[in-house]
Structure formats: structure tokens, C-alpha cells
Design a protein around this ligand. Structure first.
Ligand code: C2O
Ligand code: CU
Ligand code: CU
Length: 465
């Protein structure tokens, strides 16, 4: 029941006490929980002005650090890490750890797994990441605004054993919607939200336009590329250096899988092993293909004497301990991604865009509310499932599932590589089968990662119990 009044914290707690939510051990954003030993990492949700374009200062950016872009967090696989989040924004937030298979109450989804972290509050997340690889973190509250203004950070879970790289380079790819004066323009256009999504105007890597990085000539570099944009599908290629794809969405890929172009939709990650050019000053260029041209996203410039390394010296990445679904006795669950009724969603302290355009199984998400609607599917813990994802729209949707990792099985339109992932780009009118073992209990958000779609109906959750 939504009264239309802004939800106060007291009211929210009242709702919890009244048992109107799924219950469970919610994280409370309170200073009370913030004492004790020093955290391993500290994120400060902040508003800042930052010279995104040369010396043009963009006002009202948002980050997880007071002075600049969100930090790259590095965790050790299997070791508990405490990450303290201080909210100095003027609005509530939460932090979601995209791709991590961690306990549900650490997942960072408002009302589904925790209360929002209110302005001025501090909250500690604590978890051990079971998988190594390239992940990222972002808010799940007022998500279009907060991500749109900059709150996307890369999270790396280190491999147990080093593969033998000389260097590592992290590229956080995203667009900002800025006008000619370098200031933010409207975060989205409704007519685009009802279609493919609104694109940004300035493409960046690590909050810079086509930055150049110096790396050892002839050296081996691990490039971790993360698509944290709200909308864009990147079509990446690397020119000027020998490179191999080694992982997608945190999970090692088969050596033979070397696509011509790496397609990364919003939320996806690619790890590349590359050998730098041998001659000092030579550059390799990572670019993305648009319909009529290519745009350079980052340049890697060789420096120093030729290190003379070879890609064959690298040890393969170890697979992550993801359970393999048993297809023979998997239950098939259909999901339809379609249009929504032209309703207005309920207002929420975690923001609403004011429109409903999309739905899952004919149900549009009503907004981030203390009383979550029912799950779109209930899974039995430990069982294998095939999700049959049917897109009945003319737009593609990067479909993302929290807390669980799935394997791509088959599509009615193309041959799919057999990859493990948490985000699959479902093409227009495509039906895709994916498979998973429901081994992580809880309520797991399931949504399109085009944030305008997520926020205008294309969201739900599955319950594993
Ligand atoms: Cu990066 Cu709910 O997702
Ligand atoms: Cu996620
Ligand atoms: Cu979508």
C-alpha cells in the first residue's frame, strides 16, 4: 500500500516490525553498526565537481570517493572483507556488488535485502567473494541518477595464483550526458526509455576521454574492461597489439573463443591478455564500433626497452567454483520480457522515472517499495533450472540476475558460446535458454541493466528457498 507520502525511516521500520516485508536480517544503515575494527575499504558516496572534459569542470558528479572517480576495490578470493559506506549524498543510496555470489543480505537492493542508507548514515558490508575475476559495484537506489552521475566502480577479486602478467590496466567504460558546456543534461528521454535507452554524449574510460596509458614495451598486460554505462552496448576491438580474450563477466573463457568483436552490454566485463608493441612510442588502441564509425576509448603506449614477453608464457586462469547445472533434471521456467501498461509507478525514496514501459511475465515492477511485490519465480535450493528468456520486444535487453551465475545454453536466433555469466544480452525478439543451480538462498533481483528499462518496469526478483 503506497500512500504517496514520502516514506520516513520510522515508517519504514514500522513496516518491517509489522512483518509486511519478506523479513530476514536486514542491514540497517546506522552509525551503531559502524563501530569496531577498521574496515578493509571505505567508500564515501559523495557529490563533487570534477574536470571531466579537459579543464571544463562538470558540477554535480557523484562518486564513491570525495575527490575523484570511484576507487578500484581489490579483494582476496574467499577472504572476508569489510567495506564501509559513508553516505554524504543528499539522498539515500545502497551499494550492490555486481556479479558476486554473496549472501543475500549483503546484496544491496533497497527493501528486498536492506533498508536504504540514508543521508549521513554509514553502513558496513561484509562478505567473502567466492569467485575470482573482474566485477563492479554501483548503487541500487535512485539508480539512474546516481550511476548516471558517476557512481560506478570496479571491483577485482584477485586470482589465487598469478597468471604471469607484467602489468594490469583497469578501464571503467561509461558515458556521461553532458551539454556543450560540460554540465549534465536530463538523465533520460522518455521516448528513448520506451525504446533502446538514452545514450550519453561523452564517452569515457576512467572518467577521461580516450586516455593514454604507458605500459612496458613487449610486456604482458591484463586489461580489465568494465562496461558500467547505463545504456550503451560496446563493440570492442583492440588494434596494434596481439591480444586474447581470457574471461567474460568474471569467468574464464575457453581459449578457442576469440570473437572478432567483444560485445559488452551494460554491466558486462571482459578480461584481455595483451602483448604490448615492442617499440617505444607505439600504441595499441581500444575502440568501440558505432553504426558508422569507430571511437577510440583508450590508448596504450609502449615505453622502455622491449620486455620480449610472449602470450604463450601466461598460465591459464583457474575456473571459478560455480556448480554445473544438471540439464537432465532441470525444470524449465519461462520468463517473458515485454511491454508494460502505461501506468505511473508508485513513488519511492529510491527514485522513480515516472513511467512504466516494460514488464517481466506481464508484471511491471511497481517501484522500490518497503512492501516488495511477490517473486516472479520461486526456486528450490540446490535444484537445477533452465530459464527460458523470451524477448517479445524489438529492443535488446541485457538481462542480469543477482547472486547466481548461469550458463548460456541456446538461442533460437544464433549460436551461443557456452559461457558462465550473470548478464546476458537478449537480442530483439530472441528466445534464449540459460541454466543454473539455485544454490544461493534469498531474493535475487532480476532485471534489465539498461537502467531506464530497469526503472520503468523491467525488474523483478526470483526467490531461492
Ligand atoms: Cu549491476 Cu541489479 O545490478
Ligand atoms: Cu547485480
Ligand atoms: Cu532493457
Amino acid at each position: 500500500m503506497n500512500t504517496g507520502r514520502p516514506l520516513t525511516r520510522r515508517a519504514a521500520l514500522g513496516v518491517l516490525a509489522g512483518g509486511a516485508t519478506a523479513g530476514g536480517a536486514f542491514l540497517l544503515g546506522s552509525d551503531r553498526l559502524a563501530r569496531g575494527a577498521a574496515p578493509d575499504h571505505r567508500l564515501q558516496a559523495s557529490v563533487l565537481d570534477y574536470p571531466l572534459r579537459g579543464n571544463q569542470v562538470t558540477k554535480g558528479m557523484m562518486s564513491f570517493a570525495a575527490g575523484g572517480p570511484p576507487p578500484v576495490l581489490r579483494l582476496r578470493r574467499g577472504e572476508k572483507a569489510v567495506i564501509e559506506v559513508v553516505n554524504t549524498l543528499d539522498e539515500p543510496t545502497t551499494v550492490h556488488w555486481h556479479g558476486l555470489r554473496i549472501p543475500n543480505h549483503q546484496d544491496g537492493v533497497p527493501y528486498l535485502t536492506q533498508w536504504p542508507i540514508m543521508q549521513g548514515e554509514t553502513l558496513r558490508y561484509a562478505f567473502a567473494a567466492p569467485d575470482a575475476g573482474t566485477f563492479w559495484y554501483h548503487p541500487h537506489c535512485n539508480t539512474l541518477e546516481q550511476i548516471g552521475r558517476g557512481m560506478t566502480g570496479v571491483l577485482i577479486v584477485e586470482d589465487d595464483e598469478d597468471a604471469g602478467f607484467d602489468r594490469e590496466l583497469v578501464l571503467n567504460l561509461r558515458d556521461f550526458r553532458l551539454g556543450g558546456d560540460g554540465q549534465f543534461i536530463e538523465m533520460f528521454k522518455a521516448r528513448q526509455a520506451a525504446r533502446g535507452g538514452t545514450l550519453g554524449t561523452v564517452m569515457t574510460a576512467n572518467w577521461r576521454e580516450a586516455p593514454t596509458y604507458d605500459l612496458p614495451a613487449g610486456g604482458l598486460v591484463r586489461l580489465r574492461v568494465v562496461a558500467t554505462d547505463v545504456t550503451r552496448v560496446y563493440r570492442l576491438s583492440l588494434a596494434g597489439a596481439e591480444a586474447r580474450l581470457i574471461a567474460l563477466d568474471s569467468h574464464p573463457t575457453p581459449p578457442a573463443y576469440q570473437p572478432e568483436e567483444i560485445v559488452l552490454a551494460a554491466g558486462q566485463r571482459a578480461d584481455l591478455a595483451l602483448r604490448m608493441p615492442e617499440t617505444e612510442g607505439e600504441t595499441a588502441v581500444l575502440s568501440t564500433r558505432l553504426s558508422n564509425r569507430s571511437v577510440a576509448l583508450a590508448r596504450l603506449r609502449a615505453t622502455g626497452r622491449n620486455a620480449g614477453r610472449s602470450l604463450d608464457e601466461l598460465r591459464p586462469l583457474a575456473p571459478n567454483p560455480v556448480a554445473e547445472p544438471s540439464l537432465a533434471d532441470a525444470e524449465v521456467m519461462p520468463f517473458v520480457f515485454g511491454w508494460g501498461p502505461a501506468d505511473r509507478p508508485a513513488s519511492s525514496i529510491c527514485g522513480t522515472l515516472g513511467y512504466t514501459f516494460w514488464s517481466i511475465n506481464r508484471r511491471p515492477w511497481s517501484g522500490d517499495l518497503p512492501q516488495a511485490p511477490g517473486a516472479i519465480a520461486v526456486l528450490k535450493k540446490g535444484r537445477s533450472y533452465i530459464f527460458r528468456l523470451r524477448n517479445e520486444t524489438r529492443y535488446s535487453h541485457p538481462i542480469h540476475l543477482h547472486g547466481l551465475t548461469f550458463r548460456l545454453l541456446a538461442s533460437d536466433r544464433r549460436k551461443l558460446p557456452s559461457l558462465m555469466t550473470d548478464t546476458a544480452l537478449l537480442q530483439a525478439n530472441e528466445t534464449m535458454d540459460i541454466a543454473l543451480v539455485a544454490d544461493n538462498p534469498g531474493d535475487w533481483a532480476f532485471h534489465c541493466h539498461v537502467i531506464e528499462h530497469q526503472k520503468t518496469g523491467l525488474t523483478g526478483y526470483v526467490r531461492v528457498e
